[in-house]
Design a protein around this ligand. Structure first.
Ligand code: AMP
Ligand code: ZN
Length: 463
C-alpha cells in the first residue's frame, strides 16, 4: 500500500518495521465537549485506513488516546464546578457511542492521559537528564527546542528566526511562535484541584508529552504510522517527535498521515469558530450515522471536504441505490455464494483495490462500486444474472463493506415503549391470556414493529 508521508512529502510504499504488523497511533479526542463532525472526519479517515490495511493483509495494532487533562478540559471542569473525572466522563461515553453510530471499528487500546501520569513524569525525567529540558523558576519544565536540531522536520519549518530561550505555556500556538514548550506545568490557581505530585512539585503534564508517553508505552519507541488532522502537524506532532526522539535517540515514527479539514464555507469546522455540528445534531435532524459516514468517507482524505446538508441528502440517495441493488441480488441468490464473478464485477473488484492501494483513493474505489451497480442492474434487467453469479457478487459487496462499513443496513433497535410491550405480551402468553397477547401484538404492529419468535426467544423487527 502506498501513502503520502507528511514527513517526506512523498507518496511511499508502506513497509512495516516488523513482519506484516502496522503499529498505528491516532490522536484521539479532547473530552471537554461532544466531538463535532469535523473531528469525526479524522476518525472516519483513520477507520478507513485501518480497514484498508487489514483488507490488504496487514495486521494492525492501533492506539487512540483520550486527552482528559489539558488546558481545555481543566477550564471546562472549573467552569462547571466539577472534578475533572466527573466533567470528562459523559464526553468519553458519548464519544464511544458516536463511534458506534458511525460504525467505526474499535481499536486495540484507548488509553486515557490521566491513567499515564507516571509514564509522562518518567519521560520528562529522561529529557531533563539528557539536557533536552530545563526547569523554570515556577516549577514548570520546558523542552529546549534548540537542543533538538531536527526540530521542524515534520512541519517543514525554517528555524532560522528562532529566538533562543523564548517560552510558550499554552498547548496550542502558531508556527510564528515556535518556542520552548511546556512538558510539565506547575500548578496555578487556574488549575483548581487538578494536580499531581512530581519531582518538580505539584503540577500537570503538557498536552504533547501525553501522546509521546502513551504511544511509546503501547507501541514502542519506534513504530510505523501516526495520524491526525492537518491541524495536529504543528505544534502537536512536531513536539511529539522532538520529545520522543530526544529521549530515545531513535527514529520515532516512520510514516505520518494527516487528513485535510472538514470545512464550512471555506473555513475549518471548529468549536472556536462556532460553525460546528455534533453527530447528535445531525441525528436529530433526521439523518443517520450511516449517511454521515458516507459523506465523511467519500472524499479523498487529503482534500478538504465541504460539509452541507445537500451532501447528506445525496448520501441518502446513493445508499438507497446500493440497498436496492443488494435487495435485488438477495432475491436472486439469498446469501453470498462462492463462485466466479461476472466480468463487470471482476473489473470492479480490481479497480476498487487498485485505487485504494494508492494512498486511499476512495473516490475512484467508490466509482468502481457504482459502475458495478449500474452494470449489475442492467444484467438483472436483462435476466442475464444467475443465482450463483448473484451470490458471488453479494460476496464481493461484503468484501467491499469490510472496507467501507456502510453497505449493510444497520438493524434499528426498538424503542423502550416497544420493548415493554413485548414484555407485556410475554406475560400475557404465560398466563394464557391469548386475547391480551393478540391485542399487544397489534399495538406493536401499529407502532411499526413485528414480533419474530426465534430460538433465543421473541425479537422485535422493524416492519
Ligand atoms: P481535538 O479534539 O481538537 O484534539 O481534535 C481531534 C481530532 O480531530 C484531531 O485529529 C484533529 O486534527 C481533528 N480535527 C479537528 N477539527 C477538524 C476538522 N474540521 N476537520 C478534520 N479534522 C479535524
Ligand atoms: Zn496526540
Amino acid at each position: 500500500m502506498k501513502v503520502f508521508n507528511t514527513l517526506t512529502h512523498h507518496i511511499e510504499e508502506l513497509i512495516p518495521l516488523e513482519g506484516r504488523r502496522i503499529r498505528l497511533y491516532t490522536c484521539g479526542p479532547t473530552v471537554y465537549n461532544y466531538a463535532h463532525i469535523g473531528n469525526f472526519r479524522a476518525y472516519v479517515f483513520e477507520d478507513l485506513l485501518r480497514r484498508a490495511l487489514k483488507h490488504f493483509g496487514f495486521e494492525v495494532t492501533q492506539v487512540m488516546n483520550l486527552t482528559d487533562v489539558d488546558d481545555k478540559t481543566i477550564a471546562g471542569a472549573i467552569k462547571a464546578g466539577q472534578s475533572l473525572d466527573l466533567y470528562t466522563r459523559p464526553y468519553k461515553d458519548a464519544f464511544f457511542a458516536d463511534l458506534k453510530t458511525l460504525n467505526i471499528e474499535p481499536v486495540e487500546y484507548y488509553p486515557a492521559a490521566t491513567d499515564h501520569i507516571p509514564e509522562m513524569i518518567e519521560l520528562i525525567r529522561m529529557l531533563l537528564a539528557k539536557g533536552n529540558a530545563y526547569r523554570s523558576d515556577d516549577g514548570s519544565v520546558y523542552f529546549s527546542v534548540s537542543s533538538f536540531p531536527a526540530y521542524g522536520k515534520l512541519a517543514h519549518l525554517d528555524m532560522a528566526g528562532l529566538r533562543p530561550g523564548a517560552r510558550v505555556t499554552h498547548d496550542e500556538y502558531e508556527k510564528e511562535n515556535v518556542a520552548d514548550f511546556a512538558l510539565w506545568k506547575a500548578w496555578d490557581e487556574k488549575d483548581g484541584d487538578v494536580a499531581w505530585e512530581s519531582p518538580w512539585g505539584r503540577g500537570r503534564p503538557g498536552w504533547h508529552i501525553e501522546c509521546s508517553a502513551m504511544s511509546t508505552k503501547y507501541l514502542g519507541q519506534s513504530f510505523d504510522l501516526h495520524t491526525g488532522g492537518v491541524d495536529n502537524i504543528f505544534p502537536h506532532h512536531e513536539d511529539e517527535i522532538a520529545q520522543s526522539e530526544a529521549a530515545s535517540g531513535k527514529p520515532f515514527v516512520r510514516y505520518w498521515m494527516h487528513c485535510a479539514h472538514l470545512v464550512v464555507d471555506g473555513r475549518k469546522m471548529s468549536k472556536s469558530l462556532g460553525n460546528f455540528h455534533t453527530l447528535r445534531d445531525i441525528l436529530e435532524k433526521g439523518y443517520s450515522g450511516r449517511e454521515m459516514r458516507f459523506v465523511l468517507i467519500a472524499g479523498h482524505y487529503r482534500q478538504s471536504l465541504n460539509f452541507s446538508f445537500e451532501a447528506l441528502g445525496a448520501a441518502r440517495n446513493a445508499l438507497q441505490r446500493l440497498d436496492e441493488f443488494q435487495e435485488r441480488l438477495g432475491a436472486l441468490a439469498g446469501g453470498s455464494i462462492p463462485g466466479d464473478l461476472p466480468d463487470w464485477a471482476e473489473t470492479a473488484r480490481q479497480k476498487f483495490d487498485a485505487a485504494l492501494v494508492e494512498d486511499l483513493n476512495i473516490a475512484e474505489s467508490l466509482g468502481a462500486l457504482f459502475d458495478m451497480v449500474h452494470a449489475g442492474n442492467k444484467a438483472m434487467d436483462a435476466g442475464a444474472l444467475g443465482k450463483v453469479q448473484a451470490g458471488a457478487v453479494r460476496g464481493l459487496m461484503a468484501r467491499f463493506n469490510s472496507v467501507l462499513g456502510f453497505l449493510e443496513k444497520p438493524q434499528e433497535s426498538a424503542p423502550d415503549a416497544a420493548i415493554s410491550l413485548l414484555e407485556q405480551r410475554q406475560a400475557a402468553r404465560l398466563s394464557k391470556n391469548w386475547p391480551e397477547a393478540d391485542r399487544v401484538r397489534q399495538e406493536l404492529a401499529g407502532m411499526g414493529w413485528v414480533i419474530q419468535d426465534t430460538p433465543q426467544g421473541p425479537k422485535l423487527k422493524k416492519k
